[in-house]
Write a protein that binds this ligand. Structure first.
Ligand SMILES: [Zn+2]
Length: 763
């Protein structure tokens, strides 16, 4: 039955039923305070007062949901509930012959929740919990009518408990927060190189050895040389604890999908049972983050080992889907392994990608025989997709598109919109993260249906999921910080049929949802309220304007060195408004090669934002970008390379220009001829994001734009610098990158990204 039909039905009920009050008064329609937003929300503008104890008619209210409502209501608002079996202030009705997860809430002289299934009753109760707001000393609910049903059947959140371990109570809290925002799939990443977290009775060493590592890398894995904290780190869940968590989730209408990684990301398992690797050599549980060459050998013994593990997994998880990973499995060992080569020969497999497909197929057949469905990351497409497999697409949309075209079910979780381990703000005060940049607005714009997908293949897209990898998330506070409020934007993308504009969503967040998160004591990010900085090109340099979504926000400049401020020198503790501009002038000798550290403190947030301007003699210089950056990484296109802001490491996205072509060219005009000492170009190396150094840089200089002198071709480095020692006005730069990421490296076979920032001409 279509949503349109349901809406029409509801509308008819409206006209004939007890919804008439809406029309008898001044009807006000506004955005719903409920997130994810329901399909229909109509409010009268009046409030329904909640008594100190709300009287609930428990007829038609399932006991588990009654318990949930009682606990959550008290937790959120400190109000106890009273129960009756006759008419209450809150009453429940069932409503058959409508889509299985639909419900409605009518708040008039009393409150009626109408639902089609237990699951939708649970959704209704969560919406009801979110409608409550505080008016002075009392609690009220807006008089309103809500009609709702989900857009997608797969609304997932993932949690990696291998890189960092989370206790049973912490996992339950995560499940509670998922339930509150109507997620229904919990993808539990239980095994990886850095720790095996699930008790398997047949193979006790998996947790005795595999659950513990002796050291953990400190800081970012890209900062070389790596340093390690010593000390045993780890943990695991007993089978009893797993059953407890699965029941806890089931009571909240969330299905738990376990992920048991194979054939890659298996270092913890191989530390316990090295006989299932290709070399048989013993390695410890890994303490560094990344992709490792030692993976499961593809011999029959390993496949049997994994089947036995899965037997126990299946007994613990009733989920229809079982995730087997399948991602990031370098073929280095397989190429040199006698056993692997033998399997290839015996089965007529043309290469190691076909061998990966063969491995996954054995597992697929096994899971299918047990009545379950295999799901894996999009690398399981390599060498041919196994017949019953469902693909979870993380490498952009292409894997998902391909699988849907082949009539396989797909869950979309492209890293561009769904990776909550990426930075959400560019402030230098953000806690360390893996890199990447995923704002709330970008998550909000996520649509699991790729635009290029044919209408008839859209049915294969089950929905979407956000992934939380925990290399840089050591505890629950940080987990909440990375997940919230982005989880709310994701719930909108997966549940809501007609999303409001992002601006309206953001307002509702600050007005209502942040208060709910405060009540739930969630450590959420307030990044959307941070001061934001606009950079403009001026005649002699750049100008900076600070602004915020908080109206009339005032900013205090806590520390500034040397720029001019509305043409006056700034002193410490100047207050600025959203209308003021700070100027950086390249013609002022005193500014040359001076790094200005500016700390802006927003009054409302009591939070300081620190940024550095590298005010030099080329700041704001005109540049002709002959090669255009990819639109995904093209913030402040023409200014980015000369805005005085050096790209941050690990990258937070908005300072860098990103290119995915072999040759990158740009030209500069220094406006007059002068002696140039050297030239600096910043390049980024972030393999896990498929960002690599280019091969080399070619620079030419000229006084007259006619006669050019080429400098020697030089290898690219992260902090590239080349001596010039020539008089010139015009400069041409050509950067040559690789065509393909080499085998065995993250993103192999794809075009590497070249990230550039900042360019400095030192006179
Ligand atoms: Zn092997």
């Amino acid at each position: 039955m279509s949503r349109n039909f349901i809406n029409t039905l509801v509308f008819l009920l409206f006209l004939i039923g007890n919804y008439n009050f809406l029309f008898s008064q001044n009807t006000v329609t506004k955005q719903s305070p409920i997130v994810p937003n329901p399909s229909v929300y109509i409010a009268t503008g009046e409030d329904f007062n909640l008594d100190n104890e709300l009287l609930i008619n428990t007829t038609n209210l399932p006991l588990e949901i009654q318990n949930y409502l009682t606990i959550e209501f008290r937790k959120l608002y400190g109000i106890s509930l009273r129960y009756t079996t006759s008419k209450g202030q809150l009453n429940f009705k069932t409503f058959r012959n409508v889509p299985k997860d639909s419900y409605s809430i009518n708040v008039a002289d009393d409150i009626t929740i109408t639902y089609s299934s237990e699951q939708s009753c649970f959704y209704a109760v969560n919406s009801f919990l979110q409608l409550v707001k505080q008016n002075q000393d009392s609690f009220v609910i807006p008089k309103c009518f809500v009609d709702d049903a989900p857009k997608f059947e797969w609304r997932g959140m993932h949690l990696d408990v291998s890189r960092h371990f989370f206790s049973v109570d912490e996992v339950k809290r995560y499940i509670d927060l998922m339930a509150f925002y109507k997620f229904n799939k919990f993808h539990w990443h239980l095994t990886d190189d850095q720790g095996w977290r699930i008790e398997i009775k047949q193979f006790p060493k998996l947790t005795e050895i595999g659950a513990w590592r002796d050291s953990t890398v400190i800081g970012h894995a890209n900062s070389k040389p790596n340093q390690y904290s010593k000390g045993k780190y780890g943990g695991f869940y007993t089978q009893a604890q797993i059953k407890d968590i699965v029941k806890y989730a089931t009571d909240r209408y969330i299905s738990v999908i376990p992920e048991i990684e194979m054939p890659g990301h298996a270092r913890a398992a191989l530390a316990a049972y090295p006989e299932y690797s290709c070399t048989g050599l013993k390695h410890g549980v890994e303490g560094l983050w990344g992709v490792f060459d030692d993976i499961y050998c593809s011999k029959m013994e390993t496949i049997d080992f994994n089947k036995k593990i899965l037997d126990e997994v299946l007994s613990l998880f009733p989920s229809e889907y079982i995730h087997i990973g399948g991602d990031e499995a370098p073929k280095t060992r397989w190429k040199e392994c006698e056993n692997c080569q033998k399997v290839m020969k015996e089965n007529g497999l043309k290469d190691e990608h076909a061998l990966q497909s063969y491995f996954i197929k054995q597992i697929d057949v096994y899971l299918t025989s047990k009545g379950r469905k295999l799901i894996g990351w999009d690398e399981i497409l390599e060498g041919g997709l196994s017949p019953n497999a469902t693909v979870m697409s993380w490498q952009g949309e292409s894997g998902g598109l391909e699988a849907a075209k082949q009539k396989h079910a797909v869950v979309m979780s492209p890293s561009s919109h769904c990776y909550f381990d990426h930075y959400q703000a560019s402030s230098s005060t953000e806690p360390l993260a893996i890199g990447g940049f995923l704002t709330l607005e970008k998550v909000y714009s996520f649509d699991p249906i790729p635009k290029e997908l044919n209408i008839q293949d859209r049915v294969y897209i089950l929905g979407g999921q956000a992934n939380v990898w925990t290399e840089y998330i050591p505890n629950i506070k940080q987990l909440e910080y990375m997940a919230f409020p982005r989880m709310l934007a994701m719930s909108q993308a997966l549940w809501t049929t007609q999303k409001p504009t992002y601006v309206d969503f953001e307002k509702e967040l600050v007005v209502h949802q942040f208060k709910l998160l405060d009540r739930l004591k969630v450590n959420y990010s307030k990044a959307i309220m941070y001061p934001k900085i606009d950079y403009l090109r001026t005649k002699n340099g750049i100008g900076i304007v600070v602004h915020s979504i908080v109206a009339d926000e005032k900013f205090e400049l806590e520390k500034v060195e040397k720029p001019s401020f509305n043409n006056h020198t700034v002193t410490i503790h100047n207050q600025i408004t959203q209308k003021d501009t700070l100027y950086f002038d390249r013609t002022r000798k005193s500014n040359f090669t001076k790094i200005s550290t500016i700390t802006v403190k927003a009054e409302t947030l009591k939070k300081a934002l620190r940024f550095e301007i590298n005010s030099n003699s080329t700041i704001g210089l005109p540049v002709n970008l002959i090669t255009k950056p990819n639109p995904k990484f093209n913030n402040r296109e023409n200014l980015a390379l000369f805005d005085g802001v050096r790209g941050s490491r690990p990258w937070k996205g908005d300072e860098w220009l990103g290119f995915d072509v072999d040759t990158i060219q740009f030209e500069l005009d220094l406006l007059k001829s002068s002696k140039i000492k050297k030239m600096n170009i910043g390049f980024l190396m972030a393999k896990s994001s498929w960002i690599y150094l280019p091969q080399h840089v070619e620079i030419s200089v000229s006084k007259d734009n006619a006669n050019w002198t080429a400098l020697p071709k030089a290898d690219a480095t992260e902090y590239f610098t080349q001596k010039v020692n020539k008089k010139a006005r015009y400069i041409k730069v050509q950067i040559i990158a690789d065509h393909k990421i080499p085998e065995g490296q993250p993103g192999e076979g794809f075009h590497p990204w070249t990230f550039i920032d900042e360019v400095e001409v030192i006179k």
